[in-house]
Design a protein around this ligand. Structure first.
Ligand SMILES: O=C(O)c1cc(=O)[nH]c(=O)n1[C@@H]1O[C@H](COP(=O)(O)O)[C@@H](O)[C@H]1O
Length: 280
């Protein structure tokens, strides 16, 4: 999916919501557990209930890998079920020496061999350029590079202060953005910025004015959708805001899909207001 196509979906649905499919077998409503594939059945009902209000879905791969071979089957069925107009993110946080990254890229992008055809994958920048570029060899596919993450541990490395090339101090995450901008254009590269770090968005927009940002951390982690939208939105919206637990586990009863729908609608309604206010 191109940047323009993604923006068109955002305008059409008045939403930049990404629903996180962090589907934990231990949290799935009990009445689904007797079925043949409870993880897929849960996702199917969540997707049916929320796709009017969401422009993207992000299965977090850990939740599927943890179930072994049957988890990968649930993942594949889920990916195939997501409506084609929705942007799909394999949240796998991969990255390794070049040839290994190439195999990770094939795992998520090369449908003929792996069965999976995601639009994008999250990648950790720690190993540098040659660990990231193999994902960019797939035309039309996106890398979503971790920049400033939502967790407290982001201070351990990402917020270390470096002496910048022009003798100005900069955070490591700023260096990551500056350097990686050279590897791909805004049609193939997005950055992860945690919603809990909204105060850094103005600075990040100076470094990456045109890029889309994947922003997890609203809902269960308490980030402010209003602040993210005010400081992060650009003229193509430029934001995909993820919420996982607050939507998919809004109820753990038989009404789970209905409750997920209500939560997604709430977020979308707020987003429609912010699009009217902050789209520049
Ligand atoms: O890359 C991510 O998606 C991610 C980056 C980050 O900085 N923080 C973060 O929470 N995430 C992911 O976003 C999702 C957040 O889930 P909730 O807190 O339940 O909305 C999880 O799948 C996390 O792995």
């Amino acid at each position: 999916m191109t940047k323009q196509e993604l923006f068109e979906q955002i305008q059409l649905k008045k939403s930049y919501l990404c629903v996180g499919l962090d589907t934990d077998i231990q949290k799935i409503p009990e009445h689904l557990l007797a079925g043949e594939d409870p993880v897929f059945e849960f996702n199917r009902q969540i997707i049916d209930a929320t796709h009017q209000y969401a422009v993207a879905y992000k299965p977090n791969i850990a939740f599927y890998e943890a179930l072994g071979a049957k988890g990968w089957i649930s993942l594949q069925k889920t990916l195939e079920y997501i409506p084609k107009e929705c942007f799909t993110i394999a949240d796998a946080k991969r990255g390794d020496i070049g040839n290994t990254s190439g195999l990770y890229a094939r795992a998520f992008f090369d449908k003929e061999n792996s069965g999976l055809d995601f639009d994008s994958v999250t990648v950790a920048p720690y190993m540098g350029e040659d660990s990231v570029t193999p994902f960019l060899d797939f035309p039309g596919k996106w890398v979503i590079l971790l920049a400033l993450t939502s967790n407290t541990g982001s201070k351990d490395f990402q917020q270390l202060v470096l002496a910048g090339s022009d003798n100005k101090e900069e955070f490591l995450f700023e260096k990551v953005i500056k350097k990686s901008r050279e590897w791909a254009d805004t049609e193939q590269l997005m950055y992860v910025v945690g919603a809990t770090k909204a105060e850094s968005l103005t600075k990040i927009r100076e470094l990456a004015p045109e890029h889309f940002l994947l922003v997890p951390g609203v809902g269960a982690q308490g980030g402010s959708l209003q602040e993210v939208s005010e400081f992060g939105m650009n003229k193509h919206c430029g934001l995909l805001v993820n919420s996982s637990r607050a939507i998919i586990y809004a109820s753990n009863g038989e009404d789970f899909a209905q409750k997920a729908k209500e939560e997604a609608l709430k977020v979308q309604t707020e987003m429609a207001q912010y699009l009217a206010m902050y789209l520049k």
